[in-house]
Write a protein that binds this ligand. Structure first.
Ligand SMILES: [Zn+2]
Length: 433
């Protein structure tokens, strides 16, 4: 039997949404570009019969603009590195800063114990992937870099997790940004700096017979930031029998660097296509809400604001499907567990399996995986809502994340339709039963 929603979905229409959103990039939260992205989503949802649409404001978000960034080794060698400013970081003085470099290990407070950070530029390792066998405690929130700032550091450097000439910043600033100037560099440049500091991966400590020598850098970050307001888009297809019981679908429309096609215009496009198919097939006994949020890149700020604002209604939420990073990658995953706000969270096993079953009926496979960092599923899971998070490219192994290469060409049009089919059919069943 043909699924009820499949015929109403279009890969070409979904791709049109991706192009519209990437044309607005960078869609940094709380900037006019992010507001235009929210307006685009709202205007598309308003064209769908039966949906009510509203924009909700998310205050006290970092509104940030990157103009230019430079980083240079000035001692003991001279070398220009390719740097970019990390989303939400602070500026340097106009003449830049020259300071000694210090290695901060994995960036945990204990890695800095007994070390003087004041006046130094810190480099620490990017977050490492967790594996299915690695059940260690989640540890501290790697996003929380305030202690580096409070210890008086002059600047911070993060290097990309993946080799290759890729400049991505895996860790971004928290909600209100940082005053600290922060630069993202390539993996290779990160290794070069560690090599100069005699911090090696390859040789055990004590084997290397060189004395450490001071390494000095010049850093120049031309960025501007202030507190601003982001926009969430909330739309609803009201339930006919149990309107208080809600099924949600959520994706973020802000982005970090580059066009943000896979991260996360593609997921927003899937939300729009799913909304069209679900509304044409509804209404249902239960209420369905389609929500796109701001500020995911600052630590799920838009989704946590949504959860705060609707906490009472969400006590009756039946299910929530979150999408982040679809349209590229070889497998579709549902996330079993991840880390949100420094805590281990678990997605709904029952909902994960229900959606995987629907996918299988439609002829698609979804695979389980755990993930190091939560996306917008975090606030919903923390609020007790049964939540699934679907993703096609696991962020720690997807080289184009947060780079200029995450453009329209990175998006497989047909995948947008595949994920829309799975979501639309799942929502139709969850809301209709
Ligand atoms: Zn994302």
């Amino acid at each position: 039997m043909e699924p009820i929603t499949r015929s109403k979905l279009s890969a070409a229409d979904a791709m049109k949404h991706v192009r519209a959103l990437t044309a607005l990039a960078p869609r940094h939260a709380a900037t006019p570009a992010e507001h235009r992205a929210a307006d685009y989503v709202a205007s598309q949802l308003r064209e769908i019969d039966g949906l009510s649409v509203a924009i909700e404001e998310v205050p006290r978000l970092c509104e940030w603009y990157e103009h230019d960034a430079r980083l240079r080794v000035v001692e003991p060698v001279q070398r220009e590195l390719t740097a970019r400013a990390i989303l939400g970081c602070g500026p340097t003085p106009e003449e830049g800063i020259t300071a000694e470099l210090m290695y901060g290990g994995r960036g945990r407070p204990e890695d800095y114990a007994g070390q003087e950070l004041r006046g130094r530029i810190i480099i620490h390792d990017p977050p490492r992937a967790r594996t299915l066998d690695n059940q260690v405690a989640p540890g501290h929130n790697q996003r929380d870099l305030h202690f580096v700032q409070e210890a008086g550091a002059a600047g911070l450097i993060e290097y990309a997790r993946l080799p290759g000439n890729i400049n991505q910043a895996p860790l971004l600033a928290p909600r209100e940004g940082l005053d600290l100037p922060c630069a993202g560099i390539t993996y290779e440049d990160g290794q070069l700096l560690k090599e100069l500091l005699r911090e090696w991966y390859a040789a055990p400590k004590g084997i290397v017979a060189y004395e450490p020598m001071p390494v000095k850098l010049w850093m120049w970050m031309d960025v501007t930031k202030q507190l601003g307001t982001g926009h969430n888009v909330v739309s609803e297809l009201r339930g006919t029998e149990h309107p208080e019981e809600i099924v949600l679908m959520v994706a973020h429309h802000d982005n970090a660097f580059g066009p943000g096609a896979v991260d996360n215009a593609a997921s927003v496009a899937v939300v729009l296509e799913t909304a069209k198919a679900v509304a044409a097939n509804g209404p249902y006994a239960r209420t369905v809400r389609f929500v796109t949020v701001t500020g995911e890149e600052y630590g799920q700020v838009g989704s946590s604001s949504y959860v705060e604002r609707h906490r009472e209604e969400l006590a009756h939420a039946k299910a929530c499907i979150v999408l982040d990073l679809v349209g590229n990658g070889d497998k579709l995953f549902y996330i079993t567990e991840s880390i949100y706000d420094g805590q281990l969270i678990r997605n709904s096993e029952e909902l994960n399996h229900r959606i995987a079953d629907v996918a299988e009926e439609l002829g698609y496979l979804i695979h389980p995986t755990l993930l190091e960092f939560a996306s917008d599923d975090g606030p919903f899971v923390a609020a007790g809502v049964p939540t699934t998070y679907l993703s096609r490219c696991i962020s720690n192994s997807w080289p184009w994340l947060h780079t200029d290469m995450d453009d329209n060409d990175a998006v497989d049009e047909n995948d947008l339709k595949v994920v829309s089919e799975i979501c639309a059919e799942s929502i139709a069943r969850l809301a209709g039963e």
